[in-house]
Design a binder for this molecule. Structure first.
Ligand code: ADP
Ligand code: MG
Length: 697
């Protein structure tokens, strides 16, 4: 990855490291190009001869970019990405090598990769893992220092074809949703260019930067990605002066390199800005087809980390790197691109579009109310538990913000669709015009986990480090399910087309009546909402262990099986894996905390207590009052003792793997340590402070 692009133009650089359709045209015969394009656009399978040609072309292109290796790049259930490199070399009998890459190698890999979590899906005697080329996400080049690597996005599955990754169920869920969308299009007599709908997704990514020099002195950051201890500085985000503030030179240089690196990879990076907390930032690309957008977000996270390192920073993607201030999320902007090539969440101008739009809105209301538990579990992780419901992030209670105007429309649907209201005239879905909703008709409610933002829904509960495939799989499935129910009701009377509008009206009215409890336009951060939500009987699964249970419920297994997205064993495996991950993170954090306190904090505190004790001792018999110094010694000693007691307790819990107890014990331990940080001489405190780390100079 070059640090500067010199005088090159974006238009020349953009996509230079991607084997896009545009590039392929120069490397493939017309026949192969057309076949591959049909595979990409319509999901048709590719015959092996053409695969050989594509592989050879891909290799030629990659080698021209300095590639020596290729890798099947995939997204195992660890939450990150994985790659195992193979060089193109084939040694010749007479000596020397040629570079080769076959269609077989392109289409299927056998990385084995048996150390990835499988949650019981791979018994050891048949532990093979395979990767399968996803032609819908173009291959790309990762630049190294000496050469580069051709990365081929792939799905990862077991010997029995079970999904061991996040891409496989995502692709299945897109199919499930597409099926229901095209069914709805048929019902509305919408002309369909292809019998296929797409989901669009734009992922806004928040992150922190910290100076590498400080990072290296924080074993907690190195090992857990977050600070386990640390007092809030006097000034942090209270003044709101970092948010959208002028970007400092050093950070700007980093951001510029990030953008260029992403553009080279054909990732449409669009927005960059300072976020609320000092040293916190955001990057957002322009939305793309969902599967591609998720692959791109995984690359964005990697590029952020790599470029940060070149600039003497470390990029923190943890949901809550610092306690007491804003954490980082990943806003998922989700919409449907119908088979007519239109955005179905855009209210549009014509009544026909509006009817479709309102049907989709009602489907979403139904989906979220019926499956709030699944959406909650889709963002469950220990890191995100610390963020959800804290200062800035939406709570664990799922509700929908529609904005004033749309809420008004929904209310009218509930009343029967023929009543007038303050802003709108007569509303009858279908033949009677619904006033078009201008793009900005929706207000901004930053506190809602799920907000309608003019032409898309924004799900804000996803954590910054998470692979958003998890949330998007759930979205696609639950919307597919809601549409299935709505379509079934509508189809039962389809023959009677004259009454279609009335029928639709009745169906949507039923949905609103039944599911309106999930609509909430107010402040989601306040305690009032938690009480109100309880009255409305909305689920509030506060922690990951509570949330994970829903993956095993009969209702949810049936849902995922019905839409062929995840089988029972695939779901159970995810439950196992995420539960294990949760326990492991707690364990790692506890052990990191124990070492830091024992080897860094306690020695520093005892040293200082010694200094104070000596002063008191040396001045004994002198006529000076050191009453307050004595009190100071007492305070330091009390916190030190308390920390020592809590260490003993924590060790017991870690031995017994008592996760809940560990978490509360660590919170108490943190109180003592943070109190000591406020008492010990600044120069003697063994960890860089928040004040230093948040200031990027
Ligand atoms: P904000 O949410 O801050 O107002 P934008 O409206 O520009 O910002 O959108 C944020 C993200 O939503 C961007 O990634 C943008 O590309 C994406 N987005 C816009 N339209 C759609 C759409 N139809 N489908 C999916 N994502 C979209
Ligand atoms: Mg946004």
């Amino acid at each position: 990855m070059k640090e500067t692009i010199g005088s090159q133009k974006i238009s020349e650089v953009y996509g230079e490291n991607v084997f896009s359709l545009k590039t392929m045209r120069n490397y493939l015969s017309t026949k192969a190009y057309r076949a591959l394009r049909a595979t990409i656009k319509e999901g048709r399978s590719l015959d092996s001869e053409i695969a050989d040609e594509v592989a050879d072309a891909m290799k030629k292109w990659a080698v021209s970019k300095g590639a020596t290796h290729f890798t099947h790049w995939f997204q195992p259930l660890t939450g990150t990405t994985a790659e195992k490199h193979d060089s193109f070399i084939v040694p010749l009998a007479e000596g020397g090598v040629v570079l080769k890459f076959s269609g077989k190698e392109l289409i299927k890999g056998e990385p084995d990769a048996s150390s990835f979590p499988s949650g019981g899906l791979r018994a050891t005697f048949e532990a093979r893992g395979y990767t399968a080329w996803d032609p819908t996400s173009p291959a790309f080049i990762k630049e190294g220092t000496k050469g580069s690597t051709l990365c081929i996005p792939t799905a990862f599955y077991s010997y029995h074809g079970e999904a061991l990754d996040k891409k496989t169920p995502l692709l299945r869920s897109i199919n499930a949703l597409s099926k229901q969308i095209t069914r709805l299009a048929d019902l509305f007599d919408i002309p369909q260019k292809a019998k296929r709908a797409h989901v669009t997704l734009g992922v806004e990514q928040e992150y922190f930067l910290v100076d590498k020099r400080f990072y290296r002195k924080r074993p907690d950051l190195i090992q857990t990605g977050r600070t386990l201890f640390g007092r809030k500085p006097a000034k942090h985000q209270q003044m709101g002066d970092h948010y959208f503030g002028a970007i400092k030179g050093r950070v700007m240089a980093f951001m510029e390199d990030v953008d260029w690196a992403l553009w080279k990879l054909g990732i449409p990076s669009k927005t960059r800005h300072n976020e609320v907390c000092p040293a916190q930032f955001e990057i957002a690309p322009i939305y793309e087809e969902q599967n591609l957008s998720i692959d791109h977000n995984m690359i964005v996270m990697e590029v952020l980390k790599q470029v940060a390192s070149k600039h003497g920073f470390v990029c923190l993607l943890h949901e809550k790197p610092y306690a007491g201030v804003n954490g980082s999320g990943k806003h998922n902007n989700w919409s449907i691109l119908g088979p007519d090539g239109k955005n179905w969440l855009s209210p549009g101008e014509s009544p026909h579009d509006n009817a479709i739009f309102l049907t989709i809105i009602c489907a979403l209301i139904k989906a979220i109310d019926e499956h709030a538990d699944l959406l909650r579990v889709s963002v469950a992780s220990i890191g995100n538990d610390r963020r959800l419901g804290a200062n800035e992030a939406p709570p664990a209670i799922l509700s929908i913000f529609l904005g004033e105007q749309l809420t008004d429309v929904i209310k009218q649907i509930e009343k029967g669709g023929a009543k007038s209201s303050k802003k709108t005239s007569v509303i009858k879905i279908g033949k009677t015009a619904l006033p078009p909703l201008p793009r900005d008709a929706t207000d901004r409610n930053r506190t809602s986990p799920f907000a309608f933002t003019g032409n898309k829904f924004e799900f804000r509960a996803v954590g910054s480090s998470q692979n958003s495939a998890r949330a998007n799989i759930v979205f696609n499935v639950i919307v597919a399910e809601a549409l299935d129910a709505i379509c079934t009701e509508l189809e039962s009377k389809k023959a009677d087309s004259g009454k279609f509008n009335a029928r639709l009206q009745k169906v949507l009215r039923g949905v609103v009546k039944k599911h309106k409890r999930v609509l909430f336009n107010g402040d989601n951060y306040g305690g009032e909402w938690a009480k109100e939500a309880e009255k409305r009987r909305l689920p509030n699964l506060k922690t990951t262990p509570q949330a994970l249970k829903v993956l095993k419920s009969k209702k949810n297994i049936a849902l995922f099986e019905k839409h062929s997205v995840l089988s029972k064993s695939e779901l159970i495996s995810r439950h196992e894996i995420y539960s294990e991950q949760y326990k492991k993170v707690v364990d790692i954090e506890a052990n990191a905390a124990l070492t830091i306190v024992k080897t860094m904090i306690i020695p520093a505190a005892i040293d200082y207590a010694g200094v104070l004790a000596r002063v008191l001792n040396d001045t004994r018999g002198h006529a000076i009052s050191l009453k307050r110094t004595k009190m100071l010694l007492r305070e330091v000693s009390a916190h030190t003792e308390k920390a020592l007691i809590l260490i003993e307790e924590l060790e017991k819990y870690t031995d017994g793997n008592k996760t809940d107890k560990i978490i509360t014990c660590m919170e108490r331990l943190r109180e003592s340590v943070d109190a000591l940080e406020g008492l010990l001489p600044a120069g003697k405190w063994p960890l860089p402070t928040y004040a230093k780390m948040m200031y990027l100079g």
